[in-house]
Design a protein around this ligand. Structure first.
Ligand code: TPP
Ligand code: MG
Length: 431
């Protein structure tokens, strides 16, 4: 009997170690895939296939850690650095990420905005085709990102306040598709520089007074574009500056935590009980995630080598969260170099495939439009030799954009507006 018990215990221990190991490796995989997506995304912009790109590189490990505690019913109200959080929660795929980068106008390809929003501006659906609520309490949710860098804050407060209302107001208790007794936490993300905005301070103050389930994550990479935080945050530390908001026994206020963005285990350890406390007690909290890097700089519009000194650039390489997580995994004998290398190679492949699929879906309808345009222009070629030239130029484009097609059509229409053969040109432009 005793032997059986100890066997069971050993088996249990082995199983829980295996589960833990798998969980860690799954997170490492998400982090690597996300990094590769950022690296490829920048290339797509710099080679002209997309207009602008902004990515979540450097924030991956903090986000896989935060994602572990995001549950069905919870809401995200965040900003453009959160791709890893979205991937790790199954709310976005690499392919969808690239579809938005290319500004694919098909909602089936870019479900966040059908190509209307800047890249990395995420959203999930809240209503069905008939405008009826989805079962929001049973799914993970993200409100729609907006470009003003502090705009997510007041909305995050509102979403957290909704949980409080659902818990406190009896008349809402039957709305179980929207809330499970107000157990839903709003995960809000913001950059260090954007904490200087009024919306941030108003939200933190109101959350401290209202006592709502709000978890604010500050991804502190030390910069707002090229401006270092010493020029925009008092004491160059948002958590130090917020000290007077700290909740104490018998007061309202918020809980304040400092985390290191490369310390996977340390973050998970703090976040698990901290998020549970927010859920249970509706005490808001801020997680100041420091020592975060941005390996590719702010966006595709600049080069961080121009404003970071060599020392900072070297520091960022050493404290890169993927490097640190990998070293931690090896030091704790969770996996060996070889297995991790395989995960990294797979991640390169996954990102590449996601990109290729998104590009194929984006470009195919445009190629069809080019072919249709060339057909329509044929009868007009006799009118003016320039028409054939325009057609040939359009056909020669390796990666045509919808704009190229429209420009050709508009030019020909200007030349041949009164020709009967120009009617199809007008029609295709209207379609
Ligand atoms: C209200 C507003 N002001 C200015 C901008 C332009 N802008 C875009 S990103 C950015 C820097 C944000 O830095 P930070 O909050 O630290 O986030 P990070 O990009 O470093 O993650 C600025 C000023 C904006 N989008 N919205
Ligand atoms: Mg920043």
């Amino acid at each position: 009997m005793e032997t059986n018990n100890s066997n069971d215990a050993a088996m249990q221990e082995k199983l829980s170690f295996e589960n833990f190991r798998n969980e860690v490796l799954k997170d490492y995989r998400f982090a690597c895939e996300s990094r590769e997506t950022s690296l490829l995304g920048r290339k797509e912009v710099l080679t002209g296939k997309a207009k602008f790109g902004i990515f979540g590189d450097g924030k991956e490990v903090a986000q896989v850690a935060a994602a572990k505690f995001f549950k069905p019913g919870d809401f995200r109200s965040g900003y453009y650095r959160d791709q890893t959080f979205m991937f790790a929660n199954g709310l976005a795929t690499i392919e969808q990420f690239f579809a938005q980068l290319y500004a694919d106008p098909d909602i089936a390809n870019d479900p966040f905005s059908a190509g209307r929003q800047m890249n990395a501006h995420f959203a999930t659906k809240m209503v069905d085709e008939n405008g009826d609520w989805l079962n929001l309490a049973g799914i993970k949710n993200s409100s729609s990102d907006i470009a003003p860098t502090g705009g997510q804050m007041p909305r995050a407060l509102g979403l957290a306040f909704a949980s409080k209302a659902f818990r406190k107001i009896k008349a809402t208790h039957h709305l179980t598709n929207l809330s499970n007794n107000g157990n839903e936490v709003c995960f809000c993300t913001i950059g260090d520089a954007s904490t200087s905005e009024g919306h941030f301070w108003e939200t933190i103050n109101a959350a401290g007074v209202l006592q709502v389930p709000l978890a604010v994550f500050v991804w502190d990479d030390g910069y707002g574009i090229s401006v270092p935080k010493k020029y925009q945050t008092t004491k160059a530390s948002i958590s130090d500056a917020l000290k007077g908001f700290q909740k104490k026994e018998g007061t309202n206020g918020i809980d304040i935590y400092k985390l290191k963005g490369w310390d996977y285990a340390g973050m998970c350890e703090i976040l698990e009980p901290a998020i549970q406390k927010i859920r249970d007690t509706h005490t808001p909290a801020i997680f100041h995630v420091e020592e975060i890097t941005q390996p590719q700089g702010h966006s595709t519009s600049g080069s961080h080598e121009r404003y970071k000194n060599t020392e900072r650039l070297e520091w960022e390489k050493e404290w890169d969260c993927l490097k640190q997580m990998k070293e931690w995994i090896i030091a704790n004998a969770l996996a060996e170099e070889e297995e991790l290398k395989q995960i990294e190679d797979d991640a390169v492949q996954q990102a590449k495939e996601g990109k290729q699929k998104a590009w194929a879906k984006y470009i195919e309808p445009i190629r069809e439009l080019v072919a249709a345009t060339v057909d329509i222009l044929k009868p007009l070629e006799t009118l003016d030799p320039a028409v054939k030239k325009f057609s040939d130029e359009l056909t020669a484009l390796r990666e045509p954009a919808r704009r190229d097609v429209m420009k050709t059509l508009a030019t020909v229409l200007d030349m041949a507006a009164n020709e009967p053969a120009a009617v199809p040109v007008q029609n295709i432009m209207r379609s």
